[in-house]
Design a protein around this ligand. Sequence first.
Ligand code: G3H
Ligand code: ZN
Length: 281
Amino acid sequence: PLVTTGELIAGASTEGRALAAFNVITLEHAEAIATGAEEAGAAAVLQVSENAVKFHGGNVLAIAAAAAAVARASSAPLSLHLDHVVSVELLHSAHEAGFSSAMFDASKMTYDENVKATAEAVRWGHQRGIWIEAELGKVGGKEGEAPLDAHTPGVRTDPQEAATYVADTGVDALAVAVGSSHAMTERTASLDHELIAQLRDAVPVPLVLHGSSGVPDEEIRRAAAAGMVKINVGTALNTAFSGAVRAYLDAHPGTVDPRKYIAPGRDAMAATVAHFLRTVG
Ligand code: G3H
Ligand code: ZN
C-alpha cells in the first residue's frame, strides 16, 4: 500500500531500526523496489529526485503517478518522497503530485540563506502535512559537481551547528555529511562513526545518510545501530541494472525488443533492493 514517509520514519525510530529509501528514475525502478521490499518483508521509500524529474522533461506528475500506482498495488508499505529539491516551484508541486515528503536541498547556499529558505520550505510543507528533510554540511558527488574530498575540513556536519539549524528551521529530519559521497560505484566509503554518535546526541530529529551505495554493508549496519534512521540508496540500483542489461545484450546482440533486456535489469535491481533492506533492517 501507499503510506506516508512520516509514518514509516516514526515506526522505524520507535523500533530503533533504519528505513531504506531508493531512487526511482524509471517505472521499472519503482517496480523493482516494490518487488525487493515484498521479498525482504520490509517497508521502503520510493524517492524521485529533481534530476529524475528533469529526465522526464519536467513532468513530475507522470513519474509520481507511476510510482504511486506501483506502491498502491504492492503488499509492502511504500511511501513517495521528492528528493534533492532545489527548485521551490518543484517543491510546491509535491502535494499535488502525491508526495508525502520532500528533501529541500539548500546545501549550496550560505548558512544564513540555507536557514531562511529551509524554514520557509518547512512552513509550506507543514501547512500541507508534508514531512521535510534538509541537508547541512555537504555530501559530495551530486550530479554536475566535481567530486568532493570527504576529508576536507568544513565538509562534514558540525554537531552544534546541526542542533541550532534544526531548532531554527523546524525540519523533520536532517541529512548529514559523515564520510559518504554520492554516485560511488564501489563500496569503499568509510564513515565517521564517532561523528554519527555526536550528531545523534546533539540532533533531536532522525538523521539521514545519503550516498549509501558506496558504503559497505557492515558500515551501514553500524550507522543504523548508532541512530541513522533513513538510508538513501540510488547508484547501486543503476549499477545492477546496467550490468544485467549489458550482459544480456552482449549474449544476445540481435535483440530489439526492450522487454528482453529490461526484465533482467529490473530483476537485478529488485535483488539489490532486497539485499539493502536486509542489511538495514
Ligand atoms: O538521495 C539519494 C541518495 O543519496 C543516493 O546516493 O546514488 O550514491 O546511493 P547514491
Ligand atoms: Zn542524496
